[in-house]
Ligand binder design. Structure first.
Ligand code: ADP
Length: 271
């Protein structure tokens, strides 16, 4: 469904953010990209919606290559959820959720804010389904708590029933209980629709609780790819930097779904 084919990214200042990552995310999977700050998670997610052009390799969504000439088509298939919510604070909850339909509107309708009745009904249903009440519809987003704002962000992401949702550290600004509630909501919304989710996180325990699959990055390379059940302390060490050599030495005994690949690129970048 979502294919990263040996993608690499070197920014203009020479920073190598990704060193050749290949990843296939099948339809309906809740895939968490795990890693500490600077591991390359955002760069990977931003490649999927064309905000970052890989310096090598390519990304395909439902077989379509993500490129300048396919972006308009592809963006109607992607819902985005952001760490800082990216809502218009002075606009209402309803207006923010309706904005999720903008990529599918002709430009003149988008400029005039001319949404269809069906889109308005859909926005109301989504707002209810993320746990906000009718009285929130016309409330300014700036008056909501962080957790409520991210609920609005989730409702907006599902406005076009996209086959793919990208969530870039969606709970990084929230307290632990709210983080749990928001990820639970995201997973429920995705499962109900069979949506594929690529979600970056830095918290191991949340990744293990919510992911169908964890792909861990370190220094722009995949150091683990497997089910949460296969995640053990050795993997934790590989991601967060303790004793990578030991992990490398034990990797031959890992189960079939575990890929403890300390890529040569990773070792080069770490040194
Ligand atoms: P993460 O999301 O895991 O924190 P990022 O993908 O944001 O990681 O960053 C990976 C690396 O790329 C970091 O070293 C970061 O400083 C660098 N980086 C990210 N964006 C840019 C940019 N626009 N220009 C230069 N370096 C960048």
């Amino acid at each position: 469904m979502l294919n990263f084919e040996c993608v690499a990214m070197r920014y203009a200042d020479g920073t190598q953010a990704l060193g050749g990552v290949s990843l296939q995310v099948p339809a309906g999977q809740f895939c968490v990209v795990l890693g500490s700050s600077g591991a390359g998670k955002s760069t990977l997610l931003r490649m999927a919606n064309g905000l970052v052009q890989p310096t090598r390799g390519m990304v395909r969504i439902q077989g379509v290559r993500v490129a300048a000439d396919s972006l308009a088509r592809i963006r109607t298939r992607i819902g985005m959820i952001h760490q800082q919510f990216n809502l218009v604070l002075r606009s209402t909850v309803a207006e923010n959720v309706l904005a999720g339909a903008l990529p599918a509107l002709p430009t003149w309708r988008a400029l005039m804010g001319l949404f269809t009745d069906a889109q308005r009904r859909k926005a109301c249903a989504l707002i209810e389904s993320v746990g906000l009440q009718e009285q929130h519809l016309f409330r300014r987003v700036s008056e909501l708590s962080g957790g409520q704002q991210q609920r609005v962000g989730i409702a907006r992401a599902f406005m076009l029933d996209p086959p793919l949702v990208l969530a870039d550290e969606p709970v990084a600004s929230l307290d632990p209980q709210t983080s749990h509630d928001v990820l639970s909501l995201l997973r429920t919304q995705a499962r109900e629709r069979g949506t594929t989710v690529l979600c970056s996180l830095h918290q191991v325990e949340l990744a293990c609780e919510f992911a169908d699959r964890i792909v861990a990055l370190r220094h722009g390379a995949v150091v683990f790819d497997g089910a949460p059940g296969a995640f053990d302390p050795r993997v934790f060490d590989a991601i967060y930097g303790r004793a990578p050599a030991a992990v490398r030495g034990e990797s031959a005994g890992a189960g079939p779904e575990v890929v403890l690949a300390l890529h040569t690129g990773l070792l080069e970048m770490a040194s």
